[in-house]
Write a protein that binds this ligand. Sequence first.
Ligand code: NDP
Length: 503
Amino acid sequence: MKKDKKYTTNKGIPVPNDQASITTGKESSYTMLQDTHLTEKLGHFARERIPERVVHAKGAGAHGYFEVTNDLSKYTRAKFLSKVGKKTEMFVRFSTVGGERGSADAKRDPRGTAMKFYTEEGNYDLVGNNIPIFFIRDAIKFPDFIHTQKRHPQSNLADADMFWDFMSLTPESIHQATFLFTDRGTPLNYRHMHCFSSHTFMWYNEDNDYIWVKYHFKTAQGIETLTNEESIKICGENPDHATEDLFVAIEEGNYPQWDVYVQMMTKEEAKEYKFDPFDVTKVWYHGDYPLIPLGKMVLNRNPENYFAEVEQVAFAPSNFVPGIGPSPDRLLQGRLFSYEDTQRHRLGPNHHQIPINRPKNADVNIYQRDGPMNVSDNGGSKPNYYPNSMNGPEPDETFTPPTIEVDAEINRHTRPTEDVDFVQVGEFWRRVLSDEDKDHLVSNLVGHMGNAQERIQYRQSSLFYKAEPEYGTRVAEGLGLDVNRVKELSEMSQDERVEATKK
Ligand code: NDP
């Protein structure tokens, strides 16, 4: 059938002229309110923007697939992981975290790596970062943490005092703060970086035996980073450089790929591990829990429309499929609420009906009805309550996940800063960073912390010192601080340190 290419209003009414409003005369003249094509056009234009994401506002995305390369199905009943060679459609959105929608891709910031797997058992979302750990381990701190990464309430400027005051008062942040100020905090683009689940998740099999896993997506393009100077230059020259790089690579058929691994820990091992395995400020050492191959992720199709796909895509780590579930990671537990909630705010309670968010390979049979922007058949004449005897959809108990036993002591259990919070940072400095990495880390920190108040510089430098004296000394010397004072502060308890460095 020949498609009608005639321009219409959004009600399908033919538009006779789109270059002139209806006016009272040929020259200067009054415009008629009866020009409903004009009022529809202006009215819709005024409503083009939806609320931008509070975090991860600037992003780029692409379609692709996940393919299983190693059969781990004895550990998880997830059908999309059931056999080697099985492919599952995906949509992936990369982003920065703190900047607004128009901000520069090259800025020092973690990169978000949000993935949607369109499986035959529903959509599974994995919402991670390019850094394997996080700044805080309890979701209650998240809004405060993000405020410190945004703009000062008075000046509307990024503010080093806010940034380092919070970090130094929240010492669990030191591991990711250190990663962020290495050159990995300014990846070359989205293709040349790893993606990590960071959180620990549960995998369970048909017998409801469960284990704990962490996902690692290693870039097949190789890690490449920018120096601080290069990142500043690119921010000015091409604020969209990573968006452009991803789009152009895929247009040219140069499809980026990531090799996917998991680390696995049994529930018995989790009770004994030297670090809390659910604390997202810590990694599991590879020597203790090696990377086990699982599959590969390939991105091979650009979005057809940025807004419809990249802007409207809605991820939530609460979207699990059978065989995968949450862990007692306190930050994850908060995210299970806040992601779905932010999508309800940003896109509305029917955001699952937007094409990019619709399950592509599973049916949706629900008793939810109505709500703004409901563009489905709304369940037609089918029953809208459960239980019913009208042949409505029935729950299937065979999908019941494992029972998790817990000893409960309900309270706001604060987790004080502990010496163990500094161990992995010390290992990172001593075992992983090259001399050049260390030089860049120190100079990046000195450049940024140099804008904070001196008392805050002392507090933060002493935390670096506590992790590794050489690290703290070099930062302190770069800032022109008294290293003996930094050492003294590092030997204090956190409460004493805060008291000694208060305003
Ligand atoms: P290993 O010593 O076995 O391996 C070092 C890890 O660090 C590799 O994953 C390596 O992989 C990554 N790495 C190398 N250079 C850098 C860099 N400049 N910035 C960030 N990451 C880098 O690791 P362990 O498991 O024994 O952990 C030692 C320390 O390494 C940890 O305390 C942690 O700080 C850090 N680390 C650990 C990871 C983990 O999941 N266990 C992951 C990343 C870092 P690659 O170059 O491919 O990224």
